[in-house]
Design a binder for this molecule. Structure first.
Ligand SMILES: Cc1ncc(COP(=O)(O)O)c(C=O)c1O
Length: 475
């Protein structure tokens, strides 16, 4: 009887390991857990696990060597074209899930080899490794006697340091209680969506605009009302009724216009009159090249504006650190929503950032990365001028970390072919057209969002030169 039970367990272990190998979770050369560890995990005897491993060895799935952990045998990798395990269609999805799945999926690609102009990437060489390591080490060593959950709005030390920083850097005056530390601005947008929109509520969104903001608001059932932008940012002359407006006033994403003072006033007037909130995404406010700083909307109306800041453009998009400055009346709502989402942002990173801010290392770093990106921008603009001259129009170069390049002599229908040819030549090119609302007309000429913060001068020059060659062939 006992033997039969053991055989049953061994068979299940064998089937489970084979499934992991076929599914690609274990790949050739991967080490399996020791028989002791596996037995403890499964609540089986070590003899049973050893028997299962030996059987898999005999069948050619594993290689067992004396004194070493079993490894997965070579030649068992899933063929790249092989279909992944068929997923059963989901049952009983919520309306939220259905809306989410109906959104256009993102296109993720490996970085192109010669020059990848993907917007949002930063250069690894710009990360302040030493300062961050010093700050992280200090944070780890300060380990408190008791490890307990923190404040959902974020550590008070970080919020105090941020309050001082955003006042110095952006002229925002707020209480630390109005700050909510979030996992990147994306989480901030998601919290805004959940707290400020009901199903069917209209929201104003720039057209073209930031798809991840649009999707966050649409996923909760909001109805996008796209409003055109021009060189001065969002057109505020005929704002429709809405519960919320999402704007990027310091550097309109993607076209790069800076919202003029008149339009700032008219947007805030609209918000007051309609009882709407304005979500101000100041994603790259640290980067001004040729213009004097313009105070954020939040500094003009702290009751109507939710300010969204991120560390993704100055430190790293991989850190997932951002912050909101919310009107005082919304603090509790944001705090509770954040608690329900994930309790709070990771403490170690918050402590490290607080240290960086308090020691002045963050501002030194910002000054240095601003200089480096200004140099990259110069190189890019010069290379574009040298190779393309009047055949292109460059937009949005005054601030930020990207420009938009319109190819005047390439019709929009050739955009796709150019992107494919560029990728084959090792150049990553990203079109502006998908950033337009699907219900509105798209531009007639090919246009690209060209990010430069992830590339060095040499790659920028080579990338633009290669693109010019391609275009000449294309023509
Ligand atoms: C318009 C806009 N907002 C915000 C972000 C930053 O997002 P996060 O803070 O979630 O990394 C980006 C990044 O590319 C962006 O383009």
């Amino acid at each position: 009887m006992v033997q039969l039970e053991q055989d049953g367990v061994a068979r299940r272990i064998i089937a489970a390991i084979k499934a992991q190998i076929h599914g690609g979770a274990y790949r050739p050369g991967d080490r399996l857990p020791s028989t002791r560890a596996f037995a403890a995990e499964w609540g089986a005897s070590r003899t049973t696990v050893t028997a299962a491993y030996n059987q898999l060895d005999a069948e050619g799935y594993l290689i067992i060597r004396q004194g070493a952990r079993a490894i997965v045998a070579p030649g068992l990798e899933r063929a790249s074209g092989e279909a992944p395990v068929a997923a059963a269609s989901p049952r009983n999805l919520s309306a939220f899930a259905r809306r989410l799945l109906a959104l256009p999926p993102p296109t993720e690609q490996q970085p192109a080899k010669i020059a990848d102009f993907r917007y949002g990437d930063l250069s690894g060489a710009d990360f302040p490794v030493l300062a961050w390591r010093r700050a992280s080490n200090k944070a780890i060593l300060r380990r408190p006697a008791r490890l307990r959950y923190g404040d959902p709005q974020g550590s008070s030390v970080l919020r105090n340091a941020l309050q001082a920083y955003i006042w110095r850097a952006r002229g925002i005056s707020c209480a630390p209680d109005q700050i909510v530390i979030v996992n990147g601005s994306q989480q901030g947008l998601d919290l805004c969506a959940r707290l400020l929109l009901d199903h069917g509520d209209p929201f104003v969104i720039e057209n073209p605009g930031y798809p991840l903001a649009r999707h966050a608001f649409a996923a909760v059932g909001g109805v996008a009302v796209p409003v055109a932008v021009d060189a001065e940012g969002l057109r505020t002359d005929a704002l429709p009724p809405a519960r919320l407006a999402y704007v990027t006033p310091s550097h309109q994403f993607p076209l790069g216009g800076v919202l003029s003072a008149t339009r700032r006033r008219s947007l805030l007037g609209w918000a007051t009159a309609s009882g709407a909130y304005v979500v101000e995404d100041d994603y790259d406010g640290e980067y001004r090249h040729d213009i004097t700083p313009i105070p954020p909307l939040q500094a003009l109306d702290a009751d109507a504006v939710i300010y969204v800041g991120t560390l993704s453009k100055t430190l790293s998009p991989t850190l997932r650190l951002g912050y909101l400055v919310v009107p005082a009346g919304l603090c509790r709502g944001f705090s509770e929503a954040k608690r329900l989402t994930d309790r709070h942002a990771p403490m170690l990173e918050q402590d490290a950032l607080a240290d960086l801010l308090a020691s002045g290392a963050y501002e030194r770093h910002v000054r240095s990365i601003r200089r480096r990106n200004a140099e990259r921008r110069e190189v890019l603009l010069q290379a574009l001028a040298d190779h393309f001259g009047p055949r292109i129009v460059v937009e949005g170069a005054d601030t930020g970390l990207h420009v938009v390049v319109w190819m005047k002599d390439v019709a929009a229908e050739h955009e796709e072919a150019l992107i494919t040819a560029a990728r084959a030549a090792g150049i990553g090119l990203y079109p502006v057209s998908p950033l337009y609302d699907p219900s509105r007309p798209r531009p007639e000429t090919a246009g690209f969002v060209v990010g430069y913060a992830g590339l060095d001068a040499e790659a920028l020059r080579r990338g633009v030169a290669a693109l010019a060659t391609l275009m000449a062939e294309h023509r």
